[in-house]
Design a protein around this ligand. Structure first.
Ligand code: ATP
Ligand code: ATP
Ligand code: MG
Ligand code: MG
Lengths: 252, 252
């Protein structure tokens, strides 16, 4: 089956990009054909994978100028292609004509490509605007990174309501996975948040928590994933497990 | 002098809301008249100060329906008034008519009020859209919370370029202050980032770093600032110092 996963959370800094970068590489290392799409004008997934956004064409060419998305594929790793954000991606949010079809630009661009990839992951900005709408309409499932704190929990209930509206509009069920990210297990607050997630969203919280660790903050500065930067670290093992959680849908 | 400060960073989760909540209360505790404006549809400043966004009218009424902003003032603490985000604030991003004047809605709404307040602080969402444009055009200075990691540094250079464009458009110098937030002093990466900030942005990095501390993550869950939740904590002392840094413009 071809899985298309939007990595979303309108709350900022919860680890969307870090989860995306390490997950796509982890899946590729297992031999899957993976396509990573950087849907954030800040191009941080692109940077995290060691690609210079100012030197390449990207998704803006597809969404704004209707180029074929396959023209924009950059070989990022073995089994992993990347569509960079591209310089003009922020302009998408300003498209006014086209009504509902403005939300379908990415979905339409991907139609030909789905067959070639086992996994397509889309890294999204911290907003609920047109870019995220495009990601959700293009996807079959969403992966929601969450930090173990109160303000993130606030943002999540809002996000779940939004996803409910999408499901109604699409007439389709969107599978939801939540992953705890930057997790500090020894804190009461973190455990409280985790318990609330298991209680309110049964079957959605993936079993592996990604711990807060400086290695994960350092690796993008080298354009490397954790599997390249510190392959024997606890963080690399956690991401390895997370890859399996996603493949097998292992949730609480 | 009446200071109007936009708390901005399009990078998510760097502490804009936490800095805003604790700074406005800290200034109010010193006897200044303070107005806090929640410009984020996610209404997290509103929540952090213990106000239920779904129970009050807010900034959407001002920006969308042209109500006088003083109608929307909520007494949040002694010497501190809040304008909540309001339910419909996300709709601002979809206004298409009005051209350049769409960026001036907040500035125009504040003209009458500036005289009554020593400090006006505006908490912004992690985006560069119309809401943030409104904040910057309404302000005389910006306060940029920053975490000590690589992806935040990436976002900062982009932000500085954007601010340069604003200054050209306004024909005005916008004072810039940077504050290190969620800082983990013992990490090499954090110190590297701090040194880069001092090197590239002399005179802008405020002297007090706000350390990573669970107390700051817990306090909004009680609708309290750090001064109410844990007034003797290291975090409260740091925020107290940060208040003085802002008042006296103490930077490296
Ligand atoms: N497990 C972790 N441990 C330590 N640092 C982390 C971890 N995961 C992410 N980070 C760091 O935390 C910051 C925020 O993470 P990231 O940029 O991935 O979040 P995001 O949700 O994509 O943010 P945005 O909303 O701005 O797109 C980054 O500097 C990143 O390097
Ligand atoms: N110094 C700190 N120590 C520990 N946790 C903190 C600290 N400052 C903020 N936090 C927590 O980190 C998370 C992100 O902070 P905050 O929401 O203030 O950032 P933000 O920049 O406003 O995010 P957004 O971009 O989503 O608006 C919140 O859950 C907050 O409670
Ligand atoms: Mg990101
Ligand atoms: Mg915020």
């Amino acid at each position: 089956e071809h899985r298309i996963i939007a990595v979303i959370n309108q709350k900022g800094g919860v680890g969307k990009t870090t989860v995306s970068a390490n997950l796509v590489h982890g899946l590729a290392l297992k031999g899957f054909n993976v396509l990573a799409i950087d849907l954030d004008p800040q191009a941080q997934l692109t940077t995290s994978l060691g690609v210079d956004n100012s030197e390449v064409n990207g998704l803006d060419e597809v969404l704004l100028n209707q180029r074929a998305i396959s023209d924009l594929f950059i070989p990022a790793r073995e089994n992993l292609y990347l569509v960079a954000a591209g310089y003009g991606l922020a302009d998408i949010e300003h498209i006014t004509e086209g009504g509902a079809s403005r939300g379908m630009l990415l979905r339409n661009a991907l139609t030909e490509e789905i067959e070639h990839y086992d996994y397509i992951l889309i890294d999204c900005p911290p907003s609920s605007g047109l870019l995220v709408v495009n990601a959700i309409f293009a996807s079959k499932e969403v992966l929601i990174p969450m930090t173990g704190d109160f303000l993130a929990l606030q943002g999540l209930s809002h996000l779940m309501a939004t996803l409910g509206n999408f499901e109604q509009a699409l007439g389709n069920h969107i599978r939801q996975m939540i992953v705890l990210s930057k997790f500090q297990a020894r804190r009461c607050l973190s455990q409280e948040v985790k318990n609330k997630l298991i209680q309110h969203f049964p079957g959605k919280l993936l079993q592996t928590e990604i711990s807060e660790s400086v290695a994960l903050a350092e690796s993008p500065s080298f354009g490397k994933t954790i599997f390249e930067y510190k392959p024997k670290s606890k963080s690399a093992l956690e991401y390895k497990k997370l890859v399996d959680d996603v493949i097998d849908m292992r949730a609480y």
